[in-house]
Ligand binder design. Structure first.
Ligand SMILES: [Zn+2]
Length: 159
């Protein structure tokens, strides 16, 4: 069947850099409820509307479309004592906020003396990306899924 409002779409995806070199390949299919439920990017819905299983397309995602643009205020220098052990440059770790608020995943940029510089931006923030999508399945959404505005079952929500 065709992708239209109130269908559940299954996709395989490959995320690549601006030249198309793969960065991330979905190991599990991506599923979403089609029809403006904000389950996925509007650009994806527009590209897939009316398409059938087997359809493949590559979308250019500008900085800020899939991931937020870079926020330089998320680059911070912290005391080494804030970390349970000295972190390695290039590693990603969850760092606990000063007041014990929910941790943010950061990338360690530099360890120098007693200070550690971390970057809280998503590694793909601010980059132009290529997203290749292959439609692997389309089905009618259930009344319950429409009511909840998301997909249930395999690869969807469980509750
Ligand atoms: Zn639900």
């Amino acid at each position: 069947m065709k992708i239209e409002k109130d269908t559940v779409v299954s996709l395989r995806y490959v995320l690549g850099d601006e030249k198309g070199k793969p960065i991330e390949q979905g190991t599990k299919p991506m599923v979403y409820l089609h029809g403006g439920y904000e389950n996925t990017l509007p650009k994806i819905e527009t590209a897939l509307d009316g398409r059938m299983p087997g359809y493949q397309t590559t979308l250019a995602l500008m900085p800020g479309e899939a991931f937020p643009v870079r926020d330089e205020s998320l680059v911070q220098t912290l005391a080494r004592s804030r970390f349970p052990k000295t972190p390695k440059v290039g590693t990603r770790l969850e760092h606990q906020g000063a007041e014990g608020e929910h941790g943010r995943v950061v990338t360690v940029l530099q360890v120098k003396g007693d200070s550690v510089t971390v970057d809280g931006n998503h590694p793909l923030a601010g980059r132009e990306l290529r997203l290749t999508l292959t439609v692997t399945g389309v089905r009618t959404a259930s009344a319950e899924e429409l009511e909840h505005r998301h997909v249930h079952g395999e690869h969807g929500h469980h509750h």
